[in-house]
Design a protein around this ligand. Structure first.
Ligand code: NAG
Ligand code: NAG
Ligand code: NAG
Length: 449
């Protein structure tokens, strides 16, 4: 009760914006009561995309400097020359995610100047880029990137697969999905105690885009159908299984989707514009941990080994009735370190009908539904409704069996769809501010006497 009151009071205070100033490297500073909230837009490196092109690099990108707590994140692909947002029907955003690693001091610039999205790069180098990023940067052995000490164990991690937290991640739905945490919660960045002496923190972006201008079959292209990419081996040169008809293994960095004959469209200079707000870190910040649940996980219980595939196919329904034409994918997973649910939303592709997850008692903890675009973008998911329960009102226990379900329309067959629920939690606030009972107060009074 006391806790809730504190949180609420902070929220009210946050609406009292006293001043708007431009400060500190172009960030906008809002002084909200006693709190200073900074907001700034950043841009990923510009790349040039032509009809049919796929880009999927990992790149070092700008991020606010210092020991901070990120409060909100939005992003959008923009034309680098006009600054205008690009319709998804022209440039599809398959996914993007941001992650932090430690880099030896002095090498960040070297890493950012690496020739990243270069279409002229020989395939074997492109392949290196796409493997796990630490491996990729072993290219520059001097830099020796490391993960921070305070690793957050991930739901889908196995002994071999990397255990990386991607605190900010989504896809086409980012156009209308703001990731945000109410005060005093925030995603903490720039905590140098996480790294050994001699390292600094660097943020990396993996951005996967598909240029849909002039392609033969737009849906086939953004669902990464292998025949349209004329691809029979994956990014590492391994032959693809015969039954692999489409998905990420066919639309990797520098592949091209089939074009209509005679398509002439100019290359377009483009980049990701991402806007963040943050506060300086202090003791009052309540740190956010981020996880994702993946509907493709086939483990039978939370304590079994994770088996996440990231993507799945949907067969066309055999019966024309509406009910029959909903495909439901389900999984059971647990958070390695539970807490109060602060924010969640689902990542789905075109055809998505939403999804939700339930606690062990079968109660719905979050339902996230798609928002479709308009006009040429009507078939794209441009937003997902988020869940942002009152902090403290929804809690998830460590390794509690959470069931997630994801629905897609199966009117048509689909390849490589996703259902990834981003889940943000924080340590519960309840215990520490438990109000004193009358007996305790008497004791205190007595002990003073
Ligand atoms: C498809 O790939 C094969 C082998 O890599 C190549 O010979 C052929 O020309 C390609 N077809 C098209 C349409 O690009
Ligand atoms: C998913 O589809 C099933 C079966 O039609 C339905 O019962 C459920 O409510 C749907 N869930 C969501 C989140 O739409
Ligand atoms: C399938 O398509 C029909 C007609 O185009 C539509 O009425 C129905 O709602 C669709 N079903 C789903 C699950 O989207």
């Amino acid at each position: 009760m006391w806790t809730m009151w504190t949180v609420q009071r902070r929220r009210e205070r946050a609406t009292l914006v006293v001043a708007l100033l431009v400060c500190c490297a172009g960030a906008i500073l809002e002084v909200e009561g006693v709190e200073k909230v900074y907001t700034k837009s950043f841009f990923s490196p510009v790349f040039e995309t032509s009809p049919g092109n796929v880009f999927d690099p990992h790149q070092n990108v700008q991020f606010p400097e210092g020991h901070l707590a990120i409060r909100s994140f939005t992003c959008e692909m923009v034309d680098a020359d006009t600054g205008e947002p690009i319709p998804l029907s022209e440039l599809y955003v398959h996914h993007w995610f941001l992650y932090k690693i430690g880099v030896k001091k002095g090498f960040k610039a070297l890493l950012s100047s690496a020739p990243l999205p270069a279409p002229h790069l020989p395939r074997k180098y492109a392949t290196h880029y796409l493997r796990n990023p630490l491996h990729r940067m072993a290219f520059r052995p001097e830099a020796q990137p490391v993960q921070g000490r305070l690793k957050v164990p991930q739901v889908c991690a196995t002994e071999e697969s990397m255990n990386r937290e991607d605190p900010f991640a989504a896809g086409a739905e980012s156009r209308h999905t703001e990731i945000s945490f109410p005060a005093p919660y925030g995603y903490v960045t720039g905590d140098m105690s996480e790294y050994e002496e001699g390292y600094e923190e660097a943020w990396y972006l993996n951005l996967h885009t598909i240029d849909l201008r002039g392609v033969v079959d737009p849906r086939g292209c953004f669902e990464c159908r292998c025949d349209l990419y004329n691809v029979t081996v994956d990014v590492d040169g391994h032959p693809l299984p015969d039954d692999y008809k489409g998905g990420l293994r066919c639309c990797y960095h520098l592949t091209n989707c089939a074009l209509k004959p005679g398509v002439q469209a100019k290359p377009r200079r483009t980049q990701l514009k991402y806007t963040m707000s943050w506060v300086d870190y202090d003791e009052s910040v309540r740190p956010i941990r981020s996880y994702f649940l993946d509907a493709t996980d086939t483990r039978a219980s939370v304590y079994d080994r994770a088996d996440c595939k990231g993507e799945y196919d949907i067969p066309k329904c055999t019966d024309g009735t509406t009910h029959e034409c909903i495909h439901t994918q389900q999984c059971v997973e647990g958070l390695p370190n539970g807490g109060d649910l602060i924010f969640a939303f689902l990542h789905q592709h075109s055809g998505g009908l939403g999804g939700r997850f339930f606690n062990e008692a079968g109660e719905t903890l979050c339902e996230s539904l798609p928002i479709y675009g308009h006009g040429n973008d009507a078939s794209f998911v441009e937003g997902m409704s988020p869940c942002n329960p009152k902090p403290g009102s929804v809690s998830i226990r460590t390794m509690e069996a959470l069931r997630m379900e994801s629905n897609y329309s199966s009117n048509v067959s689909r390849t490589g769809v996703m259902a990834i629920m981003k889940v943000y939690v924080a340590d519960p606030v309840v215990e520490e501010l438990e109000p004193l009972t009358v007996r305790d107060i008497e004791q205190v009074v007595n002990s003073v006497e």
